[in-house]
Design a protein around this ligand. Structure first.
Ligand SMILES: [Fe+2]
Length: 251
């Protein structure tokens, strides 16, 4: 069964589900996508810890009726993880999901803050949907983040091209160059789509091989639930990409 590590299913806490009916529909779609475990990751807000506990309880029965186990989590933006030692982690492990919306104006500050946290805390950070902010022009920043210990979660819809060609191009660039550790849905009700992970897994298998797909969709999320860091992957690449990288050109 698949594990979805980034979702917005808890009703009335963020821009995800608006009510229990929508949440139930989202759970059914996940079940139809072969998902057996969902980590609930609403956007951070005050008192979220208590809200998650309460709402997750309400969702639990619905989830188990669909064969799904729920775990708690949160999605932070980078400003919210500074100097905190009580972060809400993914499935009560050491992993923290963080969004680094890195415009040029914010980038330096964001880097200092995130890297400071990466190196000074015992947490492991996963960057949510880097394809929104990072392209091939940002390879130095990507390397800096990776060397500081950042892991990367790509979005299935972006890899499939369902959020436009720029994000698709970025997502595949990131994956080809070792900046992809997980694939998740980041599901919101307003863009709910059937079999997102299944379709993405098929595409990744075809384009990058079975081993890469297995690590992204199964092995690394399972390692996360065990509290283990993900495996780094650099998928099989075509001859042009390979030759270019030999000469230091990232395509
Ligand atoms: Fe999200």
């Amino acid at each position: 069964m698949k594990i979805d590590i980034h979702t917005h299913i808890i009703p009335e806490v963020d821009d995800g589900a608006l009510n229990m009916e929508q949440a139930e529909e989202m759970l059914k779609v996940s079940a139809g996508d072969g998902v057996g475990t969902i980590i609930l990751t609403p956007h951070y807000s005050k008192n979220l810890h208590d809200i998650i506990q309460q709402k997750a309880k309400e969702l639990e029965e619905m989830a188990s009726a669909n064969g799904i186990k729920l775990l708690s989590g949160c999605e932070y933006d980078y400003t919210q993880v500074v100097n905190q030692d009580d972060l809400i982690t993914l499935g009560n492990n050491k992993f923290v999901l963080v969004d680094l919306y890195s415009t040029a104006a914010h980038r330096q500050l964001a880097f200092e803050r995130v890297i400071n946290n990466l190196t000074k805390t015992g947490f492991m950070f996963i960057l949510a949907h880097p394809e929104r902010s990072f392209s091939r022009n940002d390879r130095k920043d990507l390397q800096t983040l990776r060397e500081a210990g950042m892991y990367f979660q790509l979005s299935a819809a972006c890899l499939l091209g369902e959020h436009g060609s720029t994000e698709q191009r970025n997502a595949h660039f990131l994956l080809r160059h070792g900046f992809g550790h997980y694939v998740a849905t980041d599901v919101h009700y307003y863009r709910l789509q059937p079999k997102l992970l299944t379709r993405c897994e098929e595409m990744v298998t075809e384009k990058y091989g079975e081993k890469t797909a297995h690590i992204l969709f199964y092995e690394n999320p399972e390692r996360l639930l065990r509290g283990e860091p993900p495996l780094d992957i650099r998928p099989r690449r075509n001859i042009i990409v390979h030759m270019c990288s030999m000469f230091g050109v990232w395509v």
